[in-house]
Design a protein around this ligand. Structure first.
Ligand code: PMP
Length: 349
């Protein structure tokens, strides 16, 4: 057969996108606020003649800006087309021992897709019944470790003591901490990269920096990790990032004040949402991200999902074992959160 020798994969399914402005879209953890005004300025000033030329292969403009803001040497910073690109490259670069890579059973559902794509064996480690990572489970032999902190979609944050413990028990394996949601109240593992040569910290512009549409992700690590990651990137695609993204990303990262203000607004709305959801009888672990992962003892998540959708509110539902009665609800603006809570009040009588 023609297709016999094709690679066959089960792709990741991203959350639904919509162009209907009347829909309250709280299903993909985007930022409900626009990016920094500095981004608009930078893009308006972009010399379009530059687009004739290839972008910088090493993305220096962006890497230097990130390095400056984070107080790191540029050779400890790597950037890619969203953290999805960075993470996929990291799977390719670091997980080649033939032993299983470990990650939680309930986690970002792209990890097993990349493992399958890149031919990396893996083992999903069950979270405990309260969705906690059990650190001792990561002492077993493995080919590398990856988990988000806070975890997604649970929102549960672990402390740096647990991350250090896992690093200490795995000195010969790369440990990747995916910090997509760290800016919403967690403590970053970034200061540990100089202590542990095997730690890669991955972050993104898609959530706290309101630039999901421009696709920027970054990794921080020892010079050694960044060098190997860059070699793989240059063997895959020299020009992963386009010039407008480099320009916009450099402008956004320097606007610390806007970033802090945006994050503070999201956190404030999240805390209000938590209180209101609790009053309605929802149960959830305390989320330190820009979403709440909630279940209701009396109502089926799937039914709530359908009811909200019928009322033009999109939230995320995963039909997976252990979490098929949960909804992941992104924190929107106050107005969006109000609409959500008003609808739920009508539903839960
Ligand atoms: N990691 C986690 C845990 C995520 O939830 C997401 C968002 N889907 C990503 C990484 C990827 O985000 P992006 O590619 O937009 O940076």
């Amino acid at each position: 057969m023609f297709e016999d020798n094709f690679r066959k994969v089960e792709p990741y399914t991203p959350g639904e996108q919509t162009n209907d402005p009347s829909v309250v879209k709280i299903n993909t953890n985007e930022c409900p606020y626009p990016p920094s005004p500095e981004v608009e300025k930078a893009l308006k000033n972009l010399d379009l003649d530059k687009l004739r030329l290839y972008p910088q292969p090493a993305c220096n403009l962006l890497v230097d800006a990130i390095a400056e803001v984070y107080g790191l040497p540029a050779d400890q910073v790597f950037v890619g087309v969203g953290s999805d690109d960075v993470l996929s490259m990291a799977f390719m670069t670091f997980f080649n021992s033939g032993k299983p890579v470990l990650f939680p059973d309930i986690t970002y559902s792209f990890y097993d897709v990349w493992a399958n794509l890149h031919g990396v064996p893996y083992k999903q480690i069950p979270l405990d019944k309260d969705f906690n990572i059990v650190k001792e489970d990561y002492y077993q032999e493995n080919g590398g470790i990856i988990f988000p902190n806070p975890n997604a979609p649970t929102g549960v944050l672990v402390g740096l003591d647990m991350i250090e413990d896992i690093l200490v028990h795995n000195p010969n394996r790369v440990v990747i901490v995916d910090e997509a949601y760290i800016d919403f109240g967690g403590e970053s593992a970034l200061p540990l990269i100089d202590k542990y040569e095997n730690l890669l910290v991955v972050q993104t512009y898609s959530k706290s920096r309101a630039l999901a549409g421009i696709r920027i992700g970054m990794a921080f690590g020892s010079k050694k990790l960044i060098k190997y990651l860059s070699d793989v990137k240059f063997s895959f695609n020299s020009y992963t990032m386009n010039t407008p993204a480099l320009v916009a990303g450099a402008a956004a990262i320097r606007d610390k004040e806007y970033f802090e203000m945006t994050v503070a607004k999201v956190i404030k709305t999240r805390e209000w949402m938590k209180e209101e959801l609790k009053k309605l009888g929802f149960e959830f672990r305390d989320s330190m991200s820009n979403f709440v992962f909630a279940t209701h003892p009396k109502y089926k998540a799937k039914d709530i999902l359908d009811y909200l959708r019928a009322n033009k509110v999109l939230v995320r539902y995963f039909n997976n074992p252990r979490i098929d009665n949960y909804l992941r609800i992104s924190v929107g603006t106050d107005e969006q959160a109000n609409k959500l809570i008003a609808l739920l009040k009508d539903y839960i009588k």
